[in-house]
Design a binder for this molecule. Structure first.
Ligand code: GLN
Length: 487
């Protein structure tokens, strides 16, 4: 039986644990052994004793009888969530060796749900990137083709789930970092409405955009995970929404006959690889066969999303990252003559090139004389993008399109051209800027056998509807069940 543990979905594992087919400790040991053998680089921190102590607690919960639904199921966390029992680096030398004195709300909620943490997952430094290559501790390989990137910034999360090193993972999405790696690794990931999940204890990148969400193998698993991680957190995150707990699994089984799916003309123009286009057409056909109706819509300002995001996100980052001064936490340069030099050396040594680039851009667009021309203007266009979506949702229930213009690119391909990374975010950024829920669900493979994701965007708080559409699609297709070879 233990041979099959990693082949099971989170929902299947939860049921088997409840039926006492195996214990949480057996499951944890099985995944820890796989993680140890893996050469993908997905994990930054593993601590067997910490994992097994959570597994023992889960076994006690399961033995007592009324355990929560996900009790004993393993999960691994993007190294952006601070955890007491594992170090947190946010993929940066700046936080090397940092140990948080408190637990993030999201990881705490999963622990309270009885889930067992397998360790911390690699990510781009401070979640800035689209390929995981900005991680200071080395890149992660895409399990479908180890010469390619897994996507980013939640690249470790997506690679770990695709390679069956964990049945579930957390990620964060500021401009696409859950959807894009999910698409590149052939798994399912959802970014809920901004404010659904607490940002407390998530290392901050761009606070008006950062949002946590789950990555897993199916929409069914994502629904279970999302239900466990969303809760108001008024004491710690003033932007967390004051909503009662929601069961995102409740409508998974409902038919999508008559569902109006909007296809933005701006998402289906030039720039999309032909293999991505062909896969999307197949997924849209499958949705139509289930009774959904596709309608043409327009998001006229969406094309400006890259320009707007790469002003607003660096602006917020430059402010958020000012806390790394060598005094409060993390790294401090070892040699310096005075306070000013201590700041300078600490930041010069601690931050990588992309982070420095963002801090400089952000400081520039916020500076006197440029603020109106860049930052303020970007905020106005951000509003237009959000308004476009509201007009579109008068004509449709859900919006569909590509998650990314291409499948996963080779490691190193964008090394000398950060703009290529930025441009690849074109389809994920509009929903991020509007704060809307959005997900990626497998849509098949391109001619090279690389996974392609279908992006679904919903109106505010419509996560359950998105997951329902994805679940129905997954019931009619088998793309999400495929695993990379040799894992
Ligand atoms: N690729 C985008 C960036 O580099 C998005 C990252 C994210 O969502 N965290 O900013």
């Amino acid at each position: 039986m233990s041979r099959d543990i990693h082949a099971m979905s989170a929902a299947q594992l939860a049921a088997a644990l409840r039926a006492k087919e195996f214990s949480a400790q057996e499951v944890a040991r099985h995944f820890l052994a796989r993680i140890q053998r893996s050469t993908l680089g997905a994990f930054l921190a593993v601590d067997e004793e910490a994992t097994l102590s959570q597994a023992r607690a889960a076994d006690a919960l399961l033995a007592a009888g009324d355990a929560p639904p996900l009790a004993g199921v393993p999960i691994a966390h993007k190294d952006i969530f601070v955890t007491r029992d594992w170090p947190t680096t946010a993929g940066s030398r700046m936080l090397e060796g940092y140990r948080s004195p408190f637990e993030s709300t999201v990881t705490r909620l999963f622990q309270e749900a009885g889930m067992v943490c397998l360790g911390k997952l690699s990510c781009d430094e401070f979640a800035m990137g689209s390929s995981n290559e900005n991680c200071a501790f080395g890149p992660v390989k895409n399990p479908w083709d180890t010469s390619r990137v897994p996507g980013g910034s939640s690249g470790g999360s997506a690679a770990a789930v695709a390679a069956r090193l964990a049945p579930a993972a957390t990620g964060t999405d500021t401009g696409g970092s859950i959807r894009q790696p999910s698409s590149f690794c052939g798994i399912t990931g959802i970014k809920p409405t901004y404010g659904r999940a607490s940002r407390y204890g998530m290392v901050a990148f761009a606070s008006s955009l950062d949002q946590a969400g789950p990555l897993a193998r199916s929409a069914e698993d994502c629904a279970l995970l999302l239900s466990a991680m969303c809760a108001p957190d008024p004491l710690h995150d003033s932007t967390s929404l004051d909503l009662p707990p929601e069961d995102f699994s409740r409508s998974l089984g409902g038919s999508i006959k008559g569902l109006r799916i909007g296809l933005p003309r701006e998402f289906f123009g030039e720039g999309m690889e032909s293999g991505v286009r062909a896969a999307l057409d197949g997924a849209l056909d499958a949705l139509r066969a289930l009774g959904a109706i596709t309608v043409d819509i327009s998001l006229p300002s969406a094309a400006l999303a890259v320009a707007v995001y790469y002003i607003i996100a660096p602006a917020e980052a430059s402010s958020n990252l000012s806390r790394y001064d060598g005094v409060k936490f993390g790294r401090r340069a070892s040699r310096y003559a005075d306070l000013q030099e201590m700041y300078e050396r600490t930041r010069a040594e601690g931050f990588g090139a992309e982070v420095k680039r963002r801090i400089m851009t952000g400081t520039y667009v916020l500076s006197h004389g440029y603020y109106d021309a860049y930052y303020l203007q970007a905020q106005k266009v951000r509003r237009q993008i959000a308004d476009d979506f509201q007009r579109a949702f008068a004509q449709c229930d859900v919006i569909a399109g590509p998650a990314t213009p291409t499948a996963a690119w080779p490691l190193g391909a964008h090394e000398s051209n950060p703009l290529a990374d930025y441009m690849a975010d074109i389809y994920t950024l509009p929903a991020s800027l509007a704060g809307l829920p959005a997900m990626s669900t497998p849509a098949g493979f391109d001619a090279a056998g690389l996974p392609v994701g279908l992006q679904l965007i919903g109106n505010y708080l419509q996560e359950a509807g998105l997951l329902q559409a994805a679940h129905q699609l997954q019931g009619a297709t088998d793309w999400h069940t495929k695993a990379p070879a040799n894992i």
